[in-house]
Design a protein around this ligand. Sequence first.
Ligand code: MG
Length: 173
Amino acid sequence: MGTRIIRVGLGSDVHRLVPGRPFLLGGVELLSDRGEWGHSDGDVLAHAVIDAILGAAGLGDIGALFPPSEEAWKDADSMELLRIAFGLVKEAGWRLINLDCVVTCESPKIFPYRDRIQASLARVLEIPGTAVFVKGKTNEGLGPVGAGQAVEALVVCLLERDAPRGTPDWPWR
Ligand code: MG
């Protein structure tokens, strides 16, 4: 087996929570009296995943790929944006090993939705459900997240690809 290149990626996102919008996490709608405000559908977790995989692959970020100034992305399905971003990552030869995610909000509780969210992300990212983990936390009442005015997502991911022939074990290119 040849040398593999492994890269970590980090993504984060915050969205305001307002009445009259769906509360979406990884394409799953949670029962809530408020949801994420955003130019797209506001799916904070999908956005953080996009930034994590693009960052690991060195392919830019969500703002560069899907500029909010472009009308095309208004009310966009963020899981479709994720599908497009992951397509670019795959085209560059990367395979996704795993994702680990933290979603912070005061309500609703994430736990009852965890399996569905993990399955939804795993489906688009073509990895087993066991390679995606989603943790829900509160902010202990602190700050805008603690006041229920916002939701935050943090995601790390690991990508791998085969190194070009002749690549030394270290340093990786
Ligand atoms: Mg966002």
